[in-house]
Design a protein. Structure first.
Length: 358
């Protein structure tokens, strides 16, 4: 019986997609995990780097594959060691590690010290797995959305020619069940947000301005830090039809999605948003910006807004709600067909199985 491969798994946060990949890879072999504790403290970073060096020296001799979530400082040393030891490496790309939005100081390419580390990983990983192909090279459909186009790895690293395969994140239909087709005029959007920069990245300014144009709709912003809400209200002066809901557990989002007719993802930069796909799985009709993976997620099951114009967004929301009974099933089915967890698991197992045979 052949020996099961040993996979070194490096991440800096146990998000839902990290946990799901861990479960998938555990079916293939032995997983050894290094959690790089993200911190703004220079001393803490140095401590983590030192711990990572000793961990790699101890685990590399019998490793068959290195698997990193995101290209950043935490994946730099694993990629260096993979080259030294001749062990293949996979780096999953999610968005922040590919894009550069200078006006919002967003992306590793905006950082003088993180950019060189990220570039090394992007150039030297054996295989890159972006969650959407537009993270490598953006589409012109986003040309009216500021710095969203041109963008992506190939734009930020001239001459980039490394191996990559687009592999979307996956979603479990059983975890995000559908609900009644008839719903009230409720529009929701969700993100963890405690500052104005993040609010702009997520397009909350556009969401709030759009709410003023549709007083007969209820708009819900989910995930706003209660301490930050007064600042949002002071800056944008929303009407009474807009509600701020504090952060909730991931499984509680389904209740909000089931109440919502439309889900709006008006981000200025993204990868393939989990919340968009989960809301669609729950039967929300999507309205979104045309940046990076958002149009791919929406497909023909909703509306993509070509310009960051509240009037155009409002018009799309009205259309989405009016056609919602027919589009709800379509939205859910699109995620099941294109982005199921089972599909990601099958493709990831196939990719990893080939890699460990190098």
């Amino acid at each position: 019986m052949p020996k099961k491969p040993t996979i070194l798994f490096i991440h800096f946060g146990e998000s839902s997609f990290v946990k799901e990949d861990l479960r998938i890879l555990e079916s293939l072999g032995e997983i050894r995990i290094f959690h790089f504790q993200a911190s703004k403290s220079g001393l803490s970073l140095l401590k983590n780097f030192a711990q990572q060096v000793f961990w790699l020296l101890n685990n590399m001799p019998d490793a068959d594959l290195i698997y990193c979530w995101f290209s950043d400082y935490h994946s730099f040393l694993p990629t260096v060691f993979s080259k030294w030891f001749g062990v293949p490496s996979i780096t999953v790309l999610g968005g922040f590690d590919c894009n550069k939005i200078e006006s919002l100081n967003y992306g590793i390419f905006c950082s003088r010290w993180r950019a060189p580390l990220g570039k090394y990983v992007l150039k030297n990983s054996s295989l890159l797995l972006p969650v959407d192909r537009t993270l490598i090279k953006t589409d012109s459909v986003a040309k009216h959305w500021g710095e969203a186009h041109p963008n992506g790895v190939s734009h930020n690293i001239p001459g980039f020619n490394n191996n990559w395969k687009a592999l979307p994140t996956g979603y479990d239909p059983k975890a995000w069940e559908a609900s009644p087709a008839q719903r009230e005029k409720i529009v929701s959007t969700a993100a963890l947000c405690s500052n104005h920069r993040t609010a702009l990245i997520k397009g909350w300014d556009l969401f709030i301005e759009t709410s003023k144009l549709l007083p007969d709709f209820t708009f819900k912003i989910v995930g706003a830090d209660p301490k930050f809400v007064p600042k949002l209200k002071a800056r944008y002066k929303p009407g009474e039809n807009l509600e701020f809901i504090p952060p909730v557990a991931r499984h509680e989002l389904a209740t909000i999605y089931h109440q919502s007719s439309v889900y709006a993802q008006l981000s200025r930069t993204e990868g393939l948003p989990n919340v968009l796909c989960e809301a669609m799985m729950c039967g929300c009709v999507p309205v979104g910006s045309p940046v990076f993976g958002i149009p791919h997620g929406i497909g023909d099951a909703g509306y993509t807004v070509h310009k960051p114009d509240p009037k155009e967004i409002a018009s799309s929301i009205e259309k989405a709600h009016s056609q919602s009974p027919s589009l709800r099933k379509k939205a859910r089915q699109r995620i099941i067909d294109e982005f199921s967890l089972e599909k990601r698991a099958d493709r990831l197992r196939e990719i990893v199985s080939k890699m460990v045979q190098w």
